[in-house]
Design a protein around this ligand. Structure first.
Ligand code: CTP
Ligand code: MG
Length: 400
C-alpha cells in the first residue's frame, strides 16, 4: 500500500531552550548559529532534499514569529528550499506546538513527520526509512536506538526497579504518522489532559501500534551545555583543492618573470599583466578552492589598467577572496614546464617569493621545473606552461 496523499514535516522550533540558555547568552537553542545558519534551518534543508516531502510547517515562539517570518523568507531567498512552507506560533508545551503545526497542514497532506529542530543531525537516509514504513501503512513510526546504560526507575534517590535493558529503546525524531491519527491523538490529549514528551506516546495511549525503525547514534538532541561540543566537532574544517593551468607563448612581448622573479636572458612572452605564467596558474588554483571561476573573470585581459601590473597582486587578490570564504591555504605545489630557459638556478628564489606573496611558511610551498623532452610546444621552445595545485581548509561554520 502506498500513502494516498502528501507527506509534510512539522519542524518544532518554539521551545525556550532553558537547559542550554545560560551557556549561550540566553539564545534559544534552535536559533544558535551553526555553519553560518540558524540551527532550525539545517533540519529544514535536510527535509527539502527528500523528494517525497511536499511541504514544511515551521513552529516558532509567538514572541519571535514576525522576526522569523522575515528570517525564513530571507533564508529561502538565498537558497530556496524548493518546497511550500508555512509558519505558525507554538504553545506552552511541546505538544501544544505540535498541535498548532498540525492545524496548518493542507488538506492534501495525509502523513506528517514531527521533528525537533534541536536535532540537526537527522539524516535523509533515516527519514526515508520512516517514510517507507508509513508507505507500508504503519500507524506510527519512530527512530529508536538501543540503550547502552542500565536504566533505573527511582523514587527520590531510591531505586525502585530495573527494567530489562534489552527491551528498552531511546527514541528520537522525526516521528511519522498518518495525519488523521495524530490529529485525533492531539484532540484526545487536550480533552483528556494528557501531558507527554513525544507524539508516539499519545498514539500508544490510544492503543495504536507504533513501530520503531533504526535511529542514529548521531541524531542527538542539543539539550545540555555538553551537547554544544557536538556542534563544534561538526564544524571541523574540511579540505579543498584548487588546480590551475596556464600557457604563455614566446615572442616579442614582455621580459620573462616567474613567480615574481625576473629570469634574465629568458625568452620574452606574449601575455597580459606582467606575463607571469606561474602566478597566473597559481591565482586560478586559488580561485578553484571556492568555485571562484578563473582569473579571466576577475582580471579580464581587456582591462587596460592591468597592463604591466605585477601578477603578485592578482595572486593576493585571489587569496583575499578565498579567505573571505573562510578558506585557509595550507599547501601549494607548483610545476613550471619549459624547454628553455634553464630554471633550476631560480627555483629556490621563486619558491621563497611565492611563499612570501601567500604569507606561507617555506615548507608549505614547493616549486618544480621540468621539460617535456623536446616534445610539444614547450619542447619546440614555442612557449611555457605552469600548473598549480593548492590545498586549503574551509571553515564549515561559514557555510551557507
Ligand atoms: N519545542 C516547541 N515548543 C515548546 C517546547 C519545545 O516547539 N513549547 C521544541 C523545541 O524547540 C525543540 C523540541 O521541541 O526543538 C524538543 O524540545 P526540548 O529539547 O525540550 O527544547 P526546549 O523545550 O526548547 O528546551 P528546554 O526543555 O531545555 O527548555
Ligand atoms: Mg523542553
Amino acid at each position: 500500500m502506498s500513502a494516498a496523499g502528501d507527506f509534510w514535516a512539522v519542524i518544532l522550533a518554539a521551545g525556550s531552550g532553558t537547559r542550554l540558555a545560560a551557556s549561550v547568552g540566553g539564545v534559544k537553542k534552535q536559533f544558535l548559529n551553526w555553519k553560518g545558519l540558524p540551527l532550525f534551518w539545517h533540519s529544514a534543508s535536510t527535509f527539502s532534499r527528500i523528494p517525497r516531502i511536499k511541504g514544511l510547517v515551521f513552529v516558532f515562539p509567538p514572541s519571535e514569529l514576525d522576526e522569523m517570518k522575515e528570517r525564513v523568507a530571507a533564508l529561502d531567498e538565498e537558497e530556496s528550499l524548493g518546497l511550500p512552507f508555512k509558519i505558525v506560533s507554538g504553545g506552552a508545551r511541546r505538544q501544544d506546538s505540535v498541535f498548532n503545526g498540525l492545524r496548518e497542514l493542507p488538506s492534501s497532506c495525509s502523513h506528517v513527520l514531527v521533528h525537533d529542530s534541536a536535532r540537526p543531525f537527522a539524516s535523509a537516509g533515516m527519514i526515508n526509512s520512516l517514510l517507507d514504513e508509513l508507505d507500508k501503512g504503519a500507524a506510527g513510526v519512530v527512530p529508536a536506538v538501543k540503550v547502552t546504560d542500565t536504566i533505573k526507575q527511582v523514587e527520590g534517590d531510591v531505586i525502585t526497579s530495573t527494567p530489562d535493558r534489552s527491551s528498552l529503546r531511546a527514541v528520537q525524531t522525526p516521528q511519522g504518522f498518518p495525519l488523521h491519527l495524530l490529529y485525533k491523538a492531539h484532540e484526545l490529549a487536550d480533552s483528556e489532559d494528557w501531558s507527554v514528551t513525544d507524539d508516539a506516546s499519545m498514539l500508544e495511549m490510544m492503543g495504536e501500534k507504533v513501530m520503531v525503525c533504526p535511529g542514529e547514534q548521531s541524531n542527538i538532541k542539543i539539550t545540555n551545555p555538553d551537547d554544544l561540543r557536538k556542534l563544534e566537532e561538526e564544524s571541523m574544517p574540511v579540505p579543498c583543492t584548487g588546480w590551475g593551468y596556464d600557457v604563455h607563448r614566446y615572442g616579442e612581448g614582455r621580459p620573462m618573470v616567474l613567480g615574481g622573479i625576473p629570469i634574465p636572458g629568458g625568452p620574452q612572452v606574449v601575455a597580459h599583466s606582467d606575463g607571469d605564467v606561474l602566478h597566473h596558474a597559481l591565482a586560478d588554483a586559488i580561485l578553484g578552492l571556492f568555485g571562484g571561476g578563473d582569473i579571466g573573470l576577475h582580471f579580464p585581459d581587456t582591462d587596460a589598467s592591468l597592463e604591466n601590473m605585477s601578477s603578485g597582486i592578482i595572486v593576493k587578490e585571489a587569496l583575499a577572496k578565498a579567505e573571505s570564504k573562510g578558506i585557509e591555504i595550507v599547501h601549494v605545489d607548483l610545476t613550471i614546464i619549459a624547454q628553455v630557459p634553464k630554471l633550476a638556478p631560480y627555483r629556490e628564489q621563486i619558491r621563497k617569493n611565492v611563499a612570501s606573496v601567500l604569507g606561507q611558511p617555506l615548507d608549505r610551498v614547493n616549486v618544480k621545473a621540468t621539460t617535456e623532452e623536446k616534445l610539444g610546444f614547450t619542447g619546440e621552445k614555442k612557449g611555457i606552461k605552469a600548473v598549480a595545485t593548492v590545498t586549503g581548509l574551509r571553515r564549515t561554520d561559514m557555510d551557507g
